[in-house]
Design a protein around this ligand. Structure first.
Ligand code: KG4
Ligand code: ZN
Length: 346
């Protein structure tokens, strides 16, 4: 195998990241600067604040990634950058940095699709048998893919409304919890599962759409939690009437509804595609309930399931470098006038 050494940059949303990866597998450095503190008071990412923070951090992060890897720019095989999909002002920051470095150091430039990188992120740590069915669950995306190999992925279905991470974050806001809500609700749901038999358990809907559908819908579930807390009219109660045990019960039932839907859709996709493995990627792939639910399904289907380390689930540049390795070997380099695109390819 031809040896590669790739510096990848990532700034699609609210994480500035840089990583150096050898041969698509060996992570020599993986640095991430999170902006959670800047966006927490708005309970969501503010694009203009995010782009400015990327500009402030990216140069130091690149220097840090190279220093930790013990590499100088001239020793690299290529510079990779996630150029889609994402917040356009954010993407432009790392795309501009990557183009400049590729030009200065005379290295090939590689354009990576962020969702393709999430869908194939398990390949960074594992030798994945393809074809695979991959579930990508993040703050902006929820989709299922048929992955024939890391460079050939085909979308089987996607959310028709909210992404699952977005539903987690909005439900957490409804419950007066912090931001981002996913890890907080996961922690609460895991700690209180199973609920005591004596506790009144809310029931939330599992929206599976038509029997064959591989699409997702989470807005009904999100609204069910909102109405459960506030009632259909804002005069009917609210958070104050809920005890901590009530809030924990909502977290447990909300997570159970999400996991039921996601695992059922993966089951359907596996039935349709007959893959050799199952993959998971994206920020919500950190979720303990989902990891357990899919492990259970994989056992039933007798398929290997590859779960990325949580470090490679939330936005990071190591997963992009791993995908860029395959792109470079296939000769898929990008021109120096590469642009950033808010929309994705898949
Ligand atoms: O992939 P990611 O870092 O950024 C996007 O590309 O969107 O995903 C961020 C999302 C957020 O919505 C966050 O709440 C969610 O992932 N998340 C989780 C967990 N950890 C992060 N959701 C549920 N359970 C978790 N443990
Ligand atoms: Zn992401």
């Amino acid at each position: 195998m031809t040896s590669t050494l790739i510096l990848a940059l990532e700034s699609t949303c609210d994480e500035t990241a840089a990583a150096v990866v050898a041969d698509g597998k060996q992570v020599l450095s993986n640095v991430v600067a999170s902006q959670i503190d800047l966006h927490a008071k708005f309970r969501g990412v503010v694009p203009e604040i995010a782009s400015r923070a990327h500009v402030q951090k990216i140069n130091a992060l690149i220097a840090e990634a190279l220093a930790q890897a013990g590499i100088e720019g001239h020793g690299l095989s290529a510079i990779a950058v996630t150029n889609r999909p994402g917040l356009i002002g954010c993407l432009i920051v790392s795309v501009t940095a990557a183009k400049s470095l590729a030009w200065v150091w005379g290295k090939p430039l590689i354009a990576v699709d962020h969702i393709q990188a999430h869908a194939t992120s398990a390949g960074l740590e594992h030798d994945v048998p393809y074809p695979a069915v991959s579930l990508v669950v993040s703050g902006g995306h929820t989709a299922l893919y048929h992955v024939r190999d890391p460079l050939h992925i085909e979308r089987l279905g996607a959310t028709i409304d909210d992404a699952v991470g977005e539903a987690y974050d909005k439900v957490a806001a409804t419950l007066g919890l912090g931001y981002p809500g996913g890890p907080i609700l996961d922690q609460m749901a895991t700690a209180h599962h199973p609920l005591p038999l004596t506790h009144r358990v809310p029931h939330f809907p599992r929206s599976l759409l038509s029997p064959e559908s591989l699409d997702f819908s989470f807005s009904g579930l999100k609204t069910a939690v909102l109405y459960h807390v506030h009632g259909p009219s804002k005069f009917e109660g609210g958070l104050e009437k809920l005890t901590p045990a009530d809030i924990a019960a909502i977290a447990v039932e909300f997570q159970a509804a999400v996991v039921d839907v996601l695992t059922e859709k993966v089951r359907r996709a596996a039935e349709r595609c007959r893959p050799r493995s199952l993959l998971l990627g994206g920020g919500v792939a950190c979720n303990r309930g989902l990891r357990a639910g899919l492990s259970h399904l994989a056992q039933k289907l007798q398929l290997p399931l590859f779960l990325p380390n949580p470090t490679y689930c939330t936005d990071n540049a190591a997963m992009s470098a791993a995908l860029a390795h395959h792109l470079l070997l296939a000769g898929k380099t990008a021109p120096l006038d590469l642009e950033a695109y808010a929309s994705g390819t898949f």
